[in-house]
Design a binder for this molecule. Sequence first.
Ligand SMILES: *[C@@H]1O[C@H](CO)[C@@H](O)[C@H](O)[C@H]1NC(C)=O
Length: 205
Amino acid sequence: MYSSVGAFGISLIAILHILLIIDLSLACLPYIPREAWDAKPPKSVEKFAGRIPYVIIHHSYQPAACLTGPECCEAMLSMQKFHQQDRGWNDIGYSFAIGGDGRVYEGRGFNVVGAHAPRYNDKSVGICMIGDWTVDMPPENMISAAQSLIEYGVRRSIIASNYTLIGHRQVRPTECPGEKLFKEIQNWPHYSPMLDVVDPNGIRT
Ligand SMILES: *[C@@H]1O[C@H](CO)[C@@H](O)[C@H](O)[C@H]1NC(C)=O
């Protein structure tokens, strides 16, 4: 009798503990600001106003998936260098990137015009899942980090509560965000099968 009550008490505590952990993971965004990955300053910053109507999911293709904090910082630096120096852009193209360490890395941030999806750069959050997700699926910690970021944006009224979530290939001819990841995001909240692909050669990027 005593031992079964004891076991019941212990399992109740275990359940409460699990609920607490779930609750904390929703409330706490694992966030790495630019300063923490030694970002170079942007050459220029252009902002846009209002609640953001689109969330656009990308993959980096290269660099490959990073697994630790130092590797993900290195990936951020290499993307910023490529975008600023080789492409001649103001800054890393994406609003945010998600590392294989399960953390959200600040790129241009919210409400800053990006360079990730022509015609949508001034009305979207561009989230890059670092790695090549053509064949492989991003691990669960990356998916939950991306979703925590979106939930955070909605909770703070930065992202419109009726936002539309799409993959990069839905607005320009590209395989991005990778076939496997593209299938996955079709199950995410607010995904829309909309298609608005035009020839990028005819427009300003
Ligand atoms: C979201 O709400 C805004 C403001 O009410 C509206 O203008 C817009 O068309 C809505 N967007 C979608 C995708 O429903």
